[in-house]
Design a protein around this ligand. Structure first.
Ligand SMILES: NC(=O)c1ccc[n+]([C@@H]2O[C@H](COP(=O)([O-])OP(=O)(O)OC[C@H]3O[C@@H](n4cnc5c(N)ncnc54)[C@H](O)[C@@H]3O)[C@@H](O)[C@H]2O)c1
Length: 128
């Protein structure tokens, strides 16, 4: 129960690495908020609060924060890789990959960092 008393948000918690992480956090006593775009896989999770959200959408991230409030642990699990080589990847697929793999991380981290900085979990840039 190493995480008793801690609140954690895990994105991509429906399957794969995110799901394994959400389950491990819950087993260790954390209050887990599990987010994914896939409601069906979220429905199969137990012992945590599930929230459907598309992390590429600003509005969904804002709604997510409204539901969770500040958290002690943020696990940015969302990721996606197109199959094939650069020669088989078009502009739209490249943009989609950046929306999911890069911009979503930036936006979620930006939303959740201020609370963590206030808790002194992270050295604040304000102090430099
Ligand atoms: N599996 C590995 O060995 C491995 C190793 C290193 C890195 N990675 C990377 O880690 C990431 C996760 O890997 P995985 O194997 O768990 O992937 P996965 O495909 O099993 O799971 C990804 C999850 O993300 C969710 N998701 C996708 N887009 C979303 C969105 N816009 N909003 C919310 N949720 C969304 C999906 O519904 C799914 O549940 C991937 O980027 C992968 O490339 C994986």
């Amino acid at each position: 129960m190493k995480l008793k008393g801690k609140k954690a948000l895990v994105t991509a918690a429906g399957q794969g690495i995110g799901r394994a992480t959400a389950e491990l956090f819950a087993e260790n006593g954390a209050e887990v908020y599990a987010c994914d775009i896939n409601q069906d896989t979220l429905n199969t999770l137990n012992g945590m609060t599930t929230i459907r959200a598309d992390v590429t959408k600003k509005e969904d991230i804002n709604n997510l924060y409204e539901s969770t409030g500040g958290v002690d642990i943020l696990f940015n699990g969302v990721g996606f890789v197109h199959g094939g080589t650069i020669l088989e990847c078009d502009d739209d697929q490249w943009d989609e990959a950046f929306e999911i793999n890069v911009k979503s991380m930036f936006r979620i981290s930006k939303k959740y960092l201020p609370y963590m900085i206030d808790q002194n979990y992270i050295y604040s840039l304000k102090n430099i």
